[in-house]
Design a binder for this molecule. Structure first.
Ligand SMILES: [Zn+2]
Length: 115
């Protein structure tokens, strides 16, 4: 269960951003979560709701976007989705991950902020 620590870091970035805008309420946070991170989006949402209580991020909508695991063959350069962590290409080459490892805050919406 590393979701709790991750949620803590997300919340601290979100609150920092809110503080920069004078502590205004946060309305929406969009996240990108790669499949390879094994992060359970539901857990992040659960912890976020819990930890955000009493802060500027209380009641903010958390929107996780799941990024599927994709890789490219080092030999024939074919790209495909990776299932069951099978990183061997049909040509026998090794597939290198191109996406699916990300964990990023894509956007933070603050109420009444003009951008
Ligand atoms: Zn290949």
């Amino acid at each position: 269960m590393h979701e709790m620590g991750i949620t803590e870091s997300i919340l601290s970035v979100v609150l920092e951003e809110s503080a920069k805008r004078g502590g205004k309420k946060v309305s929406r946070v969009v996240l990108e979560i790669g499949e390879l991170t094994n992060i359970v989006a539901d857990s992040i949402e659960f912890y976020f709701e819990l930890m955000a209580k009493g802060t500027a991020a209380e009641g903010a909508r958390l929107e996780p976007r799941l990024i599927p695991l994709e890789a490219e063959c080092e030999i024939c350069k074919k790209r495909r989705k990776i299932e069951n962590l099978d990183f061997v290409c049909v040509c026998g080459g090794h597939m290198k991950t191109t996406q699916g490892k990300e964990l990023a805050i894509v956007s933070i919406e603050i109420e009444g902020a003009s951008e």
